[in-house]
Design a protein around this ligand. Structure first.
Ligand SMILES: [Zn+2]
Length: 231
């Protein structure tokens, strides 16, 4: 037996001697805010769990390109990604949620450009994402026409429209005669709006509400035909 081992068992370290170690552990202070002192011995299970839980993750740095991104729970986002809608509609919908649609306010925010709406005849000086998707006159009329035609909700306020793509949309159902789901209907609308945006960007042509509605209606017919085929 080595000399070191013999010395260790004859004079054990003070910290490993039974009662004194237990006393030190019991008196470990978990909380001391001046008024209350909580030790391991007096702490509740919840206080012990809080003390032992790892520190929260630091706040992510603000995204310089986004001003009002929508936050959602993991299950809400998972449901969003699993919804059966065309990819191009989902991509546009996602950019709306993240507030990274290249509307006037985002261009002003990122590149110090003028925040006005570029649609012909529109005088909106602060074209945010809601104006870009819902508010500009032609788009606004198209949304109202399509939603009133296909849903059981007869009136659509601006507030209804501005929450339509959020995780807390207004309550509505699709009229029974249309074999299409609410997310599919919204996806068709977004394809129509995105098409109008693309035409304005590439050709500087502002589509009328009828042209936007026609494009959306065509998409709706395609979706319904697809649903009929799949069922
Ligand atoms: Zn506008």
């Amino acid at each position: 037996m080595s000399q070191a081992y013999l010395e260790a068992i004859q004079t054990p370290h003070v910290g490993v001697v039974g009662d004194r170690l237990a006393q030190r552990i019991r008196s470990l202070i978990l909380l001391d805010n001046g008024k209350t002192k909580v030790t391991l011995w007096t702490a509740s299970t919840r206080q012990i769990r809080q003390y032992l839980s790892p520190p929260p993750d630091p706040e992510p740095p603000p995204n310089p390109s986004s001003m009002h991104p929508e936050s959602g729970t993991k299950s809400q986002w998972r449901k969003f990604w699993k919804t059966k809608i065309p990819h191009r509609a989902r991509a546009f919908w996602w950019r709306y949620k993240r507030d990274i649609i290249p509307c006037g306010t985002l261009r002003a925010h990122r590149w110090q450009q003028d925040a006005h709406c570029e649609a012909q005849g529109c005088r909106e000086r602060e074209a945010d994402k809601n104006h870009h998707v819902f508010g500009c006159k032609g788009k606004h009329l198209a949304w109202r026409f399509i939603l009133q035609e296909h849903t059981d909700k007869s009136t659509w306020s601006d507030e209804d429209l501005h929450t339509l793509l959020s995780f807390k949309p207004p309550t509505f159902s699709i009229k029974p005669k249309y074999n299409i789901t609410p997310p599919q209907l919204l996806a068709c609308c977004l394809i129509g709006i995105n098409t109008a945006n693309t035409i304005l960007f590439l050709h500087q042509i502002t589509q009328s509400s009828e042209e936007i509605s026609d494009c959306i209606t065509t998409e709706i017919k395609k979706a319904i035909a697809q649903n009929e085929y799949l069922l």
